[in-house]
Design a protein. Structure first.
Length: 178
C-alpha cells in the first residue's frame, strides 16, 4: 500500500470515520496477532491482545500526533496488551503453558518441528517478534521495520542474531545436521 494512502486512511479515522478505522483493522489485524503471538506464544491470547489493542487505538486515535507513525504506535499498544496479559496470567497461574502444536505454528509432519518451535519460543521477545513476523507472517525487512518502528538494518541485525541463537539451541538439543 502507498504510504500516502495509509496516511489518508489514518487521518480519516482520526476524524471519526468508522469505515476508515475498519480498513485499518482489516489491514493490520493479522500482523498484530502475530506480533502478540511472538510475546505470548498462544494463538488465542494473541487474538485477544490484538483485539484489545485495536479497542485502545480507537479510543486514543485522536491523540496520535503523527498519522505516518500509526503502525509502530499500534504495534506498541499491542505489545503492551500482550505483556499485560502475561502479568494477568502470572497472577492467576504459576507459569504460561506453551503448546508445541499451537494452531498458529505452520502445519508439518516433520518430527523436528517441536525442536524448532521450542528454539524460536526460547528467544527473547525482541528477537522472537522479528522471527515470527518474518517467517510466520512473511513480512520483508521493510515491512517489519515499519511495523516495529525500527530501522531496516536493525531488523537485519536482529534476525541474523536470532538465527544464530536458534542454530545454537538446535545444536545443543541434538537437532540433526542436514
Amino acid at each position: 500500500m502507498q504510504p500516502n494512502a495509509e496516511y489518508e486512511i489514518v487521518e480519516a479515522a482520526r476524524r471519526g470515520d468508522a469505515e476508515s478505522f475498519g480498513a485499518l483493522y482489516t489491514r493490520h489485524y493479522a500482523s498484530m496477532v502475530w506480533l502478540a503471538y511472538s510475546v505470548l506464544l498462544d494463538r488465542s491470547l494473541a487474538e485477544d491482545a490484538a483485539q484489545q489493542a485495536f479497542v485502545k487505538a480507537c479510543e486514543k486515535l485522536p491523540d496520535l500526533k503523527r498519522a505516518d507513525r500509526f503502525v509502530p504506535w499500534l504495534s506498541q499498544i499491542c505489545r503492551n496488551e500482550a505483556h499485560q496479559l502475561i502479568r494477568d496470567r502470572k497472577r492467576g497461574q504459576s507459569a504460561m503453558q506453551i503448546d508445541v502444536n499451537d494452531e498458529a505454528a505452520p502445519a508439518s509432519s516433520d518430527p523436528d518441528l517441536g525442536l524448532v518451535k521450542a528454539a524460536v519460543d526460547g528467544l527473547t521477545p525482541m528477537y522472537r517478534e522479528i522471527v515470527v513476523l518474518h517467517y510466520y507472517q512473511r513480512m520483508d525487512y521493510r515491512q517489519i521495520a515499519a511495523t516495529l518502528g525500527i530501522a531496516g538494518h536493525t531488523v537485519r541485525g536482529r534476525l541474523f542474531r536470532a538465527r544464530k541463537q536458534i542454530e545454537q539451541t538446535l545444536r545443543r538439543n541434538g537437532f540433526p545436521e542436514r
